[in-house]
Write a protein that binds this ligand. Sequence first.
Ligand code: NDP
Length: 280
Amino acid sequence: MAKIIDGKAISTQIKDECRERVTAMKEQGQHVALAVIQVGNDPASSVYVRNKKKACEYVGIESLSYELSEETTQEELLSLIEKLNQDQKVNGILVQLPLPKQIDEDTVIRAIDPRKDVDGFHPQSVGALCIGQPGFLSCTPAGIIELLKRSGVVIEGKECVVIGRSNIVGKPMAILLLRENGTVTVAHSRTGNLKEVCRRADILVVAVGKPKMITREYVKEGAVVIDVGIHRNAENKLCGDVDFADVEPVCSAITPVPGGVGPMTIAMLMHNCVESLKLQ
Ligand code: NDP
């Protein structure tokens, strides 16, 4: 039977560590505040934003909420970001994605001061990650590294396969695994022989965005499987990119959905908010 990697428990550990640090900072007169901007009212985004605010409350970080209408123009959003960039009382700025179609996400991400880029999406943060310099790490991949380490999974020397090459998950994931001395392969929609490539993996990270696509034919016996996907099935239940019931019997450890990678993303956001004080 595979070990089930408990992202909920590990994320609580990380939030508790952040809470201790925030308490100590407050005793020294320091204050941490995160500005959370949501444009429109996409229901999934509203859930994420609510969970982020709840985590801030738990950790002791002030969350400043900006709920803008669906019709907000790019100029209006950029001017709010500029105001928050200048505000010394704001340590982190988070713009919940996706944005309405009249707003260009890249322009918005670039507008955030890299010293407040707690999502780790700014090109400067990504560049720093690539060349091993200090900077904010993208929360989901950073959370996966924590999950692996805190579950006793050794990355060094292992064959790691990441399915997906998006800017927010696949690419930073590959670089972080490389930084931990894994031997990394990145697979994507044009990869030939995907099953064969995946079966090489000691650690398989799945961020393909297709519900239950990864079955046991993609998994080497004894591999560690990390499922990044989040989907709602026909019964409105959450499921991942991995067919958990099919894969669990053949792997050595696996993350469930829900309760695996998801909670780690928010825990690492809290971590980044606490770290932001060092950069400012
Ligand atoms: P994207 O859709 O941006 O990227 C998907 C990647 O998978 C692409 O690189 C694509 O390749 C590749 N791909 C698609 N189909 C196939 C296929 N049949 N075979 C091989 N590769 C394929 O998704 P994201 O990276 O943003 O997210 C991935 C999943 O993770 C989603 O389910 C998302 O909801 C979830 N997610 C979860 C988070 C969490 O906190 N748990 C946070 C962020 C995302 P190509 O580049 O060639 O098109």
